[in-house]
Design a protein. Structure first.
Length: 232
């Protein structure tokens, strides 16, 4: 039963990774080929699609390399037995690339939330919008920052006891910093900006719904004034 469950879970993981690769590849192809879609907002979505493709590929790679069914050795152990430990260590380090989506995407998602926030809440602040010129340094900055956060994990992972393990215990301070930078701060910023955006959209809908009634009241007042004028 455990072996059957392992096979089922592994099959689901492989299917999800293949679906992620296929779906994001379609997004990449559409935005890349259709010039009308090549706008700053879609350029951010394009980078997220590329990021998801890379992460999905290495997630699939990790499943194939690290999974061990029943008594059969994993591909990682086969690599170690037929080459040397350094090659197996390199495989362990490369598997950590799949976590790029957790370190790079928060910055990209924050930029998307900021652009929508400015467009709705401050529509006339044109100098606040994210332009293509600004994206030339904002997007690389997100990638560089995310990769920099991921590098220590890559360096730390090596083959130990036939599996990929960290050489040292994770530093609690660095773990807290990474958690704050990749989850708490982006999550708080994104939540605030989308909350303000939704509030402004709801307010606009309320104004548009009341507008016909306000026109009706103005028309009635004018009618009364005209009636009073002619009947004096």
């Amino acid at each position: 039963m455990p072996a059957t469950l392992d096979i089922l879970l592994t099959s689901v993981q492989i299917l999800l990774s293949l679906m992620a690769m296929a779906g994001n590849s379609v997004i990449f192809r559409i935005i890349h080929r259709v010039k009308a879609l090549q706008k700053p907002m879609n350029y951010l979505l394009l980078n997220i699609a590329i990021l998801d493709i890379v992460s999905s590929v290495f997630f699939f790679f990790s499943i194939v390399i690290l999974t061990q069914f029943m008594e059969a050795p994993s591909v990682l152990n086969i690599i170690r037995n037929n080459t040397n430990v350094a090659v197996a260590d390199g495989v362990c380090k490369s598997v950590q690339i799949m976590w790029l989506t957790a370190t790079v995407s928060p910055g990209l998602l924050t930029l998307i939330a900021f652009e929508r926030y400015v467009a709705v809440v401050f529509p006339f602040k044109r100098n606040w919008h994210i332009t293509r010129k600004r994206l030339r340094w904002l997007v690389p900055l997100c990638w560089i920052f995310g990769v920099a956060l991921n590098v220590p994990e890559m360096v730390d992972y090596e083959l130990r006891e036939n599996i990929c393990l960290t050489l040292f215990d994770n530093d609690a301070v660095s773990a807290v910093v990474v958690f704050l930078v990749t989850f708490v701060l982006p999550g708080t910023s994104i939540s605030y900006m989308y909350t303000k955006t939704i509030q402004r959209l709801c307010k606009k809908d309320e104004i548009s719904q009341n507008f016909p009634y306000q026109l009706y009241k103005i028309a009635r007042k004018r009618k009364r004034k005209l009636s009073a004028f002619f009947w004096q």
